[in-house]
Design a protein around this ligand. Structure first.
Ligand code: CUA
Length: 350
């Protein structure tokens, strides 16, 4: 009988053990996947800027402190329920409230405050790099660069400086000054890998200093609900060498590269120039993004689609479908060949 039971129990125990192993492997896999999600071009856990490095340092200090305090409180709970479950004297209780409920939080919170405040002067350091103005629009980013020969001109709202949109180029290792504004609603400019978020507020100019420490392309997003297309209000930050930055601003300052193209006439006839500028042509609209060098950007529609002629045609014809809430009306009434011609021209504007 005893042997029979042992024979029955052993496989069950083995099954239990293998199930535990599977659960452990799954848990490890999930932790690995979660940690892998912390890296990448849009993560505050993968700092590529001085300010983001300070913020993540503060986060880890707070997380470690919170874990220690949690363990301490759990230890006290176990002590009170298992080790010494009986009633304590009133004096012990009062002493416990004084030390655990008053002294301990005061010391911990003061230390954290001092630690956080000590990070702040670095974030507000004077800029030694270019000045770039960024205006949060519904629902895209208006960008103006200072040029080497006219420094200090870029302004977030008055359209001075070299215009661009939805992409901000920065020289690595320099503290660039970003001036943030908005004509109507509040947005928030956030490049998680490089710095914390700063709001763009109508009626005032906020100043943000970005010091990227690593070359690369990072994703920026709008971090303040601003309307229907809020979640589709992205941008790219391209961190490059100083020489590449200067070359980029020179390119942005130049007129459109392709002026002789059938798509140009279609673009002008369809009235696109009332809202969009293509410098070097009669199209000088300021309502929507400047398209002079559209094809040299990585995305279309503020971070939502790669720039290809097909995507341009689809976006122009079906704006509301591609980006619900967008201010630009759909141009689905355009004949397909005209639409393709416009898309081919814009897709050639490097
Ligand atoms: Cu702009 Cu949210």
């Amino acid at each position: 009988m005893g042997k029979l039971r042992r024979d029955m129990v052993a496989p069950a125990r083995r099954r239990g053990r293998s199930r535990a192993r599977t659960a452990r492997a799954m848990a490890l896999g999930m932790v690995a996947a979660a940690l892998a999600g912390c890296r990448g071009p849009q993560s505050a856990f993968d700092p590529a800027g001085t300010e983001a490095a300070g913020v993540i340092h503060l986060f880890w200090v707070m997380a470690a402190g919170a874990a220690l305090i949690w363990l301490f409180v759990m230890g006290i709970s176990v002590y009170a329920t298992r080790v010494q479950p009986g009633a304590h004297s009133e004096r012990t209780g009062n002493r416990f409230i004084l030390w655990g409920g008053v002294a301990f939080p005061v010391v911990v919170l003061t230390a954290l405050l001092v630690f956080g405040l000590r990070l702040m002067p670095g974030f507000r350091a004077p800029a030694d790099g270019p000045r770039i103005a960024v205006s949060g629009e519904r629902f895209w980013w208006r960008v103006h660069y200072d040029t080497p020969d006219t420094p200090g001109v870029a302004k977030a709202l008055t359209l001075e400086g070299v215009p661009s949109a939805n992409e901000v180029w920065l020289p690595v290792g320099r503290r660039s000054e970003i001036l943030l504004g908005s004509p109507d609603v509040i947005h928030s400019f956030w490049v998680p890998n490089i710095a914390g978020k700063t709001d763009t507020i109508p009626g005032r100019i906020n100043r943000l200093v970005l010091e990227p420490t690593r070359l690369g392309t990072f994703n920026g997003i709008c971090a303040e609900f601003c309307g229907t297309a809020h979640a589709q209000m992205g941008f790219r930050v391209r961190v490059v060498s100083q020489a590449d930055y200067d070359a980029r601003v020179a390119l942005e300052a130049s007129d459109a590269a392709v002026l002789d193209h059938p798509g140009r006439a279609s673009f002008e006839q369809a009235g696109c120039g009332a809202c969009h500028a293509v410098r070097g042509t009669a199209s000088v609209g300021l309502v929507g993004p400047d398209l002079t060098h559209l094809a040299s950007r990585q995305t279309l529609g503020a971070g939502i689609l790669p720039v290809t002629p097909d995507n341009i045609a689809r976006f122009v014809a079906l704006t509301e479908h591609e980006k619900p809430g967008v201010q630009m009306p759909p141009f689905s009434m355009l004949p397909p060949d005209e639409l393709a011609s416009i898309a081919a021209w814009l897709g050639a504007l490097r």
